[in-house]
Design a protein. Structure first.
Length: 452
């Protein structure tokens, strides 16, 4: 819509536009907080619009962006002194979200003023029926309220025609699929994880949720970029586990290197060398809400081309409104994670607790209804995996069960459901493929006949 000088002067905030660009110049990372909301056409001033466009292009290209790089790229369109003033003008880069709201709000106010003129002309156009004119006005107002891009409907024929290319890519092995490194699991997942999938890993405490997620992550990190949001364990604990997993040493010796036989330093150093080849990135910030996760995900996607995001775990995430019931908050979070997976074309592996009632069953194996606090988790998930180690639930079982774990594929939107066996190396907190027959259900320590 055309915007004349009067509208620009009356419905703009040069202060907010300047502060927003200054914040991005001071701290490139804050761009991820507003990247999905703000567009160049939200800026009223042409000069600031051009600067915002250049800053955005440099950040999206993975370049370090500051007043010198922008000045060099824009040449005569701006000056180093003007950019320096913008960087000095900003009160706080932490307020970029609020600056963005002001800029977008003023842009929509200008658009609303321009639209009011068009609606005034519609009201006087008696050559057209009143219902037609009202519908057109409503449509234009609706676009103004929500101007985010939307996917259009696609006909069956057009969709199937496009899909033949997808089928050809699959046949030639060009479709994105990320093997987990666990052969039996990959078989059920038709090759591995895929972009847009939300995978839930559920279990009771101490069954190995985090161990399984880290096993998948470290397996994939040799050839794909993996990020982990560890809201339960701080960095030191995550690194202890990585040392044990990559160095094939006991976690106990990592925590107490001077106890017993001591720590095998040569294996630790081998693990460090392995880590050099891995694209595995960890953040241990706790209490994140879905907007925090979205911002962090965009940041690591931009910097490292993330393929898979591990969230440990959903029960430790906060809702946007703490006054809402917990079930509503979890619904908001699970839906947000699924949307994030589709938006960034990544797979999200999210850990979840299951209810205590599962322990009252004879085999203590979780089901979809056991996911704690919200049915939305099972609805939004593409894949739901439940981890169960019988010996953890029944410690009197004999040594045949010591390393046995079963993983139930309870939901698989694009494939089969079933149960696989894995080997759990507890002292190294990692999983591997199971070899050999499943232990017999009658294998208990002498004197015990309790059911599994």
């Amino acid at each position: 819509m055309p915007v004349d000088g009067f509208l620009v002067d009356t419905f703009t905030s040069i202060e907010a536009e300047s502060a927003l660009i200054g914040a991005m110049l001071l701290d490139n990372a804050v761009f991820d907080q507003i990247s999905d909301k703000l567009r160049p056409d939200h800026f009223s001033a042409g000069g600031l619009r051009d600067i915002f466009t250049e800053v955005t292009q440099q950040i999206l290209a993975g370049m370090e962006c500051d007043i010198v790089t922008v000045s060099a790229a824009m040449g005569d369109k701006t000056s180093l002194s003007q950019l320096n003033l913008l960087a000095q003008y900003v009160p706080s880069a932490a307020n970029i979200g609020r600056y963005s709201e002001i800029v977008i709000g003023r842009a929509k106010s200008r658009a609303l003023m321009a639209l009011s003129r068009e609606i005034n002309e519609l009201a006087q156009d008696h050559r057209r029926g009143i219902e037609e004119r009202v519908q057109e006005a409503q449509a234009q107002l609706a676009r103004l309220v929500d101007d985010a891009p939307r996917d259009e409907f696609v006909s069956a024929y057009e969709g199937m025609t496009q899909h033949t290319q997808t089928l050809e890519d699959r046949a030639e092995g060009n479709i994105k699929v990320w093997p987990t490194g666990l052969a039996d699991l990959d078989e059920y997942l038709e090759g591995g994880l895929r972009p847009g999938e939300l995978v839930i890993v559920g279990a009771r405490p101490s069954m190995g949720k985090t161990a399984l997620a880290m096993t998948l992550g470290l397996n994939m990190a040799a050839s794909h970029s993996i990020a982990m949001l560890s809201m339960e364990m701080p960095h030191n604990e995550v690194r202890d586990r990585m040392t044990a997993m990559l160095g094939n040493v006991s976690l106990s010796s990592v925590k107490r290197p001077n106890f017993g036989d001591g720590l095998e330093w040569n294996r630790v150093l081998e693990g460090v060398e392995k880590a050099k080849q891995l694209m595995f990135y960890v953040s241990d910030q706790g209490g994140l809400n879905i907007n925090d996760v979205r911002s962090k995900a965009r940041y690591v996607k931009r910097l490292h081309g993330m393929n898979v995001l591990i969230v440990d775990y959903i029960g430790l995430m906060s809702g946007m409104d703490a006054r809402q019931p917990r079930a509503y908050q979890l619904e908001e979070i699970s839906r947000g994670l699924k949307t994030l997976a589709k938006e960034l074309e990544i797979a999200v592996v999210c850990l979840a607790q299951v209810n205590r009632k599962v322990e009252e069953r004879a085999d203590a194996t979780p089901a979809l209804s056991d996911l704690r606090d919200s049915g939305a988790i099972e609805q939004d998930a593409d894949v739901v995996l439940f981890v169960h180690r019988p010996i953890q639930a029944k410690p009197d079982m004999n040594d045949d069960w010591q390393h046995y774990a079963k993983v139930s594929i309870a939901k698989n939107r694009q494939g089969r459901c079933g149960v696989i066996s894995l080997s759990y190396i507890g002292e190294q907190t990692r999983f591997s493929d199971w070899s050999g027959p499943t232990p017999s259900r009658s294998a208990f320590s002498s004197g015990s006949r309790a059911g599994i």
